[in-house]
Design a protein around this ligand. Structure first.
Ligand code: PEP
Length: 251
């Protein structure tokens, strides 16, 4: 049985004090959530050590939003997978569309990052998703299939057990426009079939596939009722503990 997961991507938001407050708010309401749903928060790098310490012993796991494509050394401004592990991260997000779009994150780089994440004992939330023009041209399935095959198909089947896939249509991220439950379910089912064709049915069935893109308390219930949508990767709405918890309650 695959896991249901709701993860909050805080992006470049919150000061340390605000982040600590937000994490506290989440833990205070954790009992409202079904035991079958796992929570993850992805604060900015500067907060990770403190928030991981705070959340130790709670059911909320901590993720980074990115990691370096080099193990260590003269790479000013970068943060390595080993560093993330050493401060208590369990996961790192990789391939978020904002990283692909603004920081030139290619599949080639993502392959390196993923290998380093695994070498250092991190699990990965791997993001895929098409742009609006790609959907309008009818290329959305091909775009997502390429993002998956270029990065995930090099993995051993065992490594896939440490990957959560997040489908985040770029046109839905931070725009207030959510994919309809039909659009999201259709793509999630396609992603699962793509994984099954390469890794086999069992691994595909066990992989959690999260939806991301303007998910909020008001639309989470519809998305959560789709058979292949195993949770959410939440941006804006994860910055308010009540909203994040309300979304998690939908799953
Ligand atoms: C995201 O960027 O991962 C995301 C889903 O953002 P939002 O919920 O704000 O659309």
């Amino acid at each position: 049985m695959r896991k249901k997961i709701v993860a909050g991507n805080w992006k470049m938001n919150t000061t340390l004090a605000e982040g600590v407050e937000l994490a506290k708010g989440i833990t205070e309401q954790i009992n409202d959530i079904s035991k079958g749903v796992s929570l993850i928060v992805a604060p900015p790098f500067t907060h990770l050590a403190i928030i991981a310490q705070m959340l130790k012993g709670t059911p909320v796991a901590v993720s980074a939003q990115n990691c370096a494509d080099q193990p260590k050394g003269a790479f000013t401004g970068e943060v390595s997978a080993a560093m993330l592990k050493s401060v208590g991260c369990t996961y790192t997000i990789l391939g978020h569309s904002e990283r692909r779009e603004y920081y030139g994150e290619t599949s080639e780089k993502l392959v390196k990052k993923m290998a380093l994440a695994f070498e250092n004992g991190l699990k990965v939330i791997f993001c895929v998703g098409e742009k609006l023009e790609e959907r309008n041209e009818g290329n959305h399935f091909d775009v997502v299939a390429a993002q998956i095959s270029e990065v995930l198909f090099g993995l051993e089947p065992q490594q896939m057990k440490n990957v959560i896939v997040a489908y985040e249509p770029v046109w839905a991220i931070g725009t207030g426009v959510t994919a309809t439950d039909e659009q999201a379910q259709e793509m999630h089912s396609y992603i699962r079939k793509t994984l099954a064709a390469h890794f086999g049915e069992e691994i595909a069935d066990e992989t959690s596939i999260l939806y991301g893109g303007s998910c909020k308390p008001s639309n989470a219930k519809k998305l959560s009722s789709c058979p292949d949508i195993d949770g959410g990767l939440i941006g804006g709405a994860s910055l308010k503990a009540e909203d994040f918890i309300a979304i998690a309650k939908a799953w």
